[in-house]
Design a protein around this ligand. Structure first.
Ligand code: AKB
Length: 350
């Protein structure tokens, strides 16, 4: 279902396509692209988008990325030059319906890569395909190995234990395959038919939205609960440590990577991170900012095992070197300049 009609008659409008546009990252990305002057945003989500986000888009669609007819319509209607493929079922949700997660996270991504390849072929310019993957692509055997691993490099410890992690690791490979080897034996193949660029996000923390369906959600849930004077029972142990970054830094990183010159890139997928407090350290900072915060620890063994398999830290030096990744917020300024003032304002206004 189209929510706004295209100005185009017979001609195809050039467009940047954003899937999963209604999610946490999608909202921020659409605002940032619009602020940077983009007026060619086409957004797709399984649910109807907020009016405010719709108003920033050239056109929006409600539908499933696995719907071949819908993707066919996109192909026929637009000349897509860039895709930010954000739609996915996250790590906790995917463990309840792994086959559906596979359909969306793998099947949907494969269909979009194919759409990108067909678009490149039809308009003769290589589509740039941007994919957020995550630290869920890693899988570390036990806590001793996690402690010894330190800052994990992109090519190490790739033994994910979740369906989401397996899906993301595989679609990273699919992206690399489409970019470099697609139909390598076919007579009419086009070399390097698309550009594929991926990031492995750490846990993301937004002042504006509370995530759902992820296993890194304990951090944003803790902060938002404290700001609303609600007690929070954290589902991981206080010593649990994984990397995080703020949502504005995540959006900025996606845009920086999308705009980086191709010859600067030495790899297809890059680690990113900003800070990595333990859940206990985080609770202390949250209690410092919101003195009434009531935080307890009631680990859920299964979700704990997932977070324990993710690295405590990642090596993001390739992203820093190749395309200038430099997050604005460290742990202190994430709280003092972004999270606390904005979350306070949000719940005071509400
Ligand atoms: C999740 O928890 O599933 C995501 C992630 C870290 O991949 N936020």
């Amino acid at each position: 279902m189209t929510q706004k009609s295209s100005a185009a008659g017979g001609r195809r409008n050039s467009a940047v396509l954003i899937t999963g546009a209604g999610g946490e990252v999608g909202h921020g990305l659409i605002r940032a692209l619009h602020d940077s002057g983009r007026r060619d945003i086409v957004a797709l989500d399984i649910r109807k988008l907020d009016r405010e986000i719709r108003s920033l888009c050239m056109e929006t669609f409600v539908g499933d990325i696995c719907d071949a007819a819908l993707l066919g319509r996109l192909l026929a209607t637009f000349e897509i030059t860039e895709m930010f493929h954000l739609a996915a079922l996250l790590s906790t949700r995917a463990e309840f319906t792994p086959e559906t997660a596979h359909d969306v996270n793998v099947g949907g991504t494969l269909s979009l890569l194919q759409l990108a390849a067909e678009q490149s072929r039809s308009h003769g310019r290589r589509v740039r395909f941007i994919l957020p993957s995550s630290i869920a692509a890693y899988g570390i055997a036990d806590l001793e190995t996690k402690a010894a691993a330190g800052k994990v490099l992109e090519d190490d410890h790739l033994m994910p234990t979740t369906m989401y992690g397996c899906n993301k690791l595989y679609v990273e490979h699919l992206g690399r395959y489409y970019a470099s080897h697609y139909r390598q034996l076919a007579q009419d193949r086009i070399d390097n038919i698309l550009e594929f660029r991926g990031v492995r996000f750490p846990g993301l923390i937004s002042a504006d939205t509370v995530p759902s369906g992820g296993t890194s959600d304990f951090a944003p849930e803790m902060i938002h609960a404290a700001a609303q004077d609600e007690p929070y029972a954290c589902f991981v142990r206080p010593d649990t440590r994984i990397p995080f970054m703020t949502m504005p830094d995540a959006i900025q990183a996606l845009l920086q990577l999308a705009n980086a010159p191709e010859d600067a890139l030495s790899r297809h997928v890059y680690n990113l991170q900003s800070f990595n407090p333990s859940a206990g350290e985080l609770a202390k900072i949250v209690q410092g900012a919101f003195p009434n915060a009531e935080i307890t620890f009631e680990p859920d063994l299964q979700r704990q095992a997932i977070v324990d398999s993710w690295p405590a830290d990642v090596d993001d030096s390739a992203a820093r070197r190749d395309w200038g990744f430099a997050p604005e917020h460290d742990l202190d300024t994430a709280f003092s300049e972004y999270l606390v003032p904005r979350i306070r304002a949000r719940y005071t206004e509400a």
